[in-house]
Design a protein around this ligand. Structure first.
Ligand SMILES: Cc1cc2nc3c(=O)[nH]c(=O)nc-3n(C[C@H](O)[C@H](O)[C@H](O)COP(=O)(O)OP(=O)(O)OC[C@H]3O[C@@H](n4cnc5c(N)ncnc54)[C@H](O)[C@@H]3O)c2cc1C
Length: 451
């Protein structure tokens, strides 16, 4: 390791290879604090050539590495759990000029989502993926996890925004296809392959990204329902009837109360409903009329919806939704299960999951919220008696209902033992063949995805 440390210092400069425990510790524990490891060093390259040199050096020394962006991942994939070194991409923060005509931009892997949002806004453009960790999550991490977030219902996941990538593969070679054309059928779609690969095939160093026009007007409504079933029906009806649906998010009364207390804000009256749905629409004209008409037609509503038509009050409603993960984390180490359910199975699942957690850990808090429009729920369980057995019980329910055990956070370390149950043997064999081809010595993220 001493020889490798010397070599890495030569590549990136000694100040970018911290080895002191105090300096490396923040890179070794994840956002939830559930996954804690240790690392002998962190390498912080400043460009793609340095990334390639680091990967080659690690390969020559047979030392495994964990690529890390903002370290906001929620499945334990971003931290060194078996003494790997950490390759931090945060210095890869170059942002290209915004191409307003082509509606695209090239962003370095270390650019945060928020920095990207600020950079493209003056051109009347925005980025199609948004999530609450925007201040810290990086473009590279979002590509690696195929992040979803709150606007998938309208604009799709990270993969849909991706027009090309630059990356260093596990064998140290560089792939680069950043022209960023909307249509470009010139061979295998390597960007798509790396998207969602969770750092197991290559280190993403930059991405060409599609941008979309900012809607002229946006309106947000928080609508109350008596049951999850009514909310699921409303979600389908809204998506069917209303143009410009940007988000459909689910919250339950307990979660809203917790988020309100965490933010120290007074909740709107509709928050008393057992179930609330946050709907955002973005359209060219009078979103209020469109939204009001759509809301009136929904069955199973309770209370008066809270409606926001200016950015400030819309932001206030969104903060209630965004604060859910933080409010749960304030209660302790959260077991986070991010799952997709088929729409017809969603309401029953919410009931079963609460029963199942109550039976195993009666004093634990179980919060369920998420991206209702995509059938994607986040189950957060925290408190006394929460063990891996609870994860298994929840994921069993998901599999029984025909859902997916990972909607948007990936497999990471947390769900690795589940992979063989949910993917066909042929799929896993193909995963392994691809892994061997691109990372022949298995040095990239050995704790993630494939056992
Ligand atoms: C409050 C909160 C809310 C969130 N909401 C959402 C949400 O709505 N939707 C959603 O999808 N996720 C959400 N997340 C999870 C997280 O923000 C995303 O997974 C995000 O994409 C991770 O980005 P990151 O830069 O922090 O990556 P990291 O956490 O650093 O890494 C995540 C994974 O990607 C790999 N990786 C990171 N950078 C690279 C790179 N450049 N090249 C190759 N591999 C790399 C890592 O090895 C790891 O396996 C949320 C997290 C928090 C804390």
């Amino acid at each position: 390791l001493d020889a490798l440390t010397t070599e890495l210092r030569r590549i990136v400069g000694a100040q970018h290879v911290p080895t002191d425990r105090d300096d490396t510790a923040p890179y070794a524990t994840d956002w939830t604090r559930r996954w804690r490891g240790a690392t002998p060093l962190v390498a912080r390259p400043g460009d793609v050539d340095e990334v390639a040199a680091i990967v080659r050096a690690c390969r020559a020394h047979r030392v495994a590495l964990v690529p890390q962006g903002g370290n906001t991942g929620l499945v334990g994939g971003s931290v060194p759990l078996a003494g790997e070194i950490v390759l931090s991409t945060r210095r890869l923060e170059r942002l290209g000029d915004v191409d307003a005509l082509g509606m695209r931009v090239v962003a370095g892997a270390g650019v945060t989502l928020e920095a990207l949002q600020h950079a493209v806004a003056p051109a009347g453009l925005r980025f199609g993926v948004d999530l609450a960790a925007r201040g810290t999550a990086t473009i590279g991490g979002m590509v690696a996890t195929n992040a979803g977030g709150t606007h998938v219902v309208r604009h799709g996941t990270m993969r849909v925004q991706l027009l090309g990538v630059e990356a260093v593969l596990g064998d140290g070679s560089v792939i680069r296809h950043l022209r960023g054309l909307r249509k470009d059928n010139t061979g295998y779609d390597l960007a798509s392959l790396l998207c969602g690969s969770e750092g197991t095939l290559g280190v993403v160093t930059a991405a060409a990204l599609r941008l979309i026009p900012t809607p002229r007007t946006v309106a947000v409504a928080l609508i109350g329902f008596a049951t999850v079933d009514a909310a699921v029906r409303a979600s389908a009806q809204l998506q069917h009837d209303v143009p410009g649906i940007e988000a459909v998010e689910l919250m339950l009364r307990d979660g809203l109360r917790l988020a309100g207390a965490h933010l120290d804000v007074t909740l709107p009256a509709v928050a008393e409903a057992p179930v609330t749905v946050l709907v955002e629409i973005g359209v060219a004209e009078s979103p209020v009329d469109v939204l009001a008409a759509a809301v009136q037609g929904l069955e199973g509503r309770v209370g008066e919806p809270a409606v926001a038509i200016d950015a400030r009050s819309a932001g206030r409603l969104w903060r209630l939704r965004d604060a859910h993960p933080e409010a749960a984390a304030a209660l302790g180490v959260v077991h986070k299960l991010d799952v997709t359910l088929p729409a017809p199975a969603l309401a029953a699942f919410v009931d079963q999951v609460h029963q199942s957690v109550r039976a195993r850990a009666p004093e634990a808090t179980c919060l369920v919220y998420g991206h209702l429009g995509d059938g994607n729920l986040h189950v957060n369980v925290v408190g006394p008696g929460v063990t891996d057995e609870i994860d298994d019980a929840v994921l069993d329910l998901v599999v029984e209902a025909g859902g997916s055990i990972s909607a948007e956070h990936g497999i990471g370390t947390a769900k690795r033992r589940w992979l063989e149950q949910v993917r066909a043997p042929g799929d896993i064999a193909a995963f392994r063949a691809i892994k061997r081809a691109l990372d022949p010595d298995g040095i990239l993220n050995p704790n993630v995805l494939l056992a």
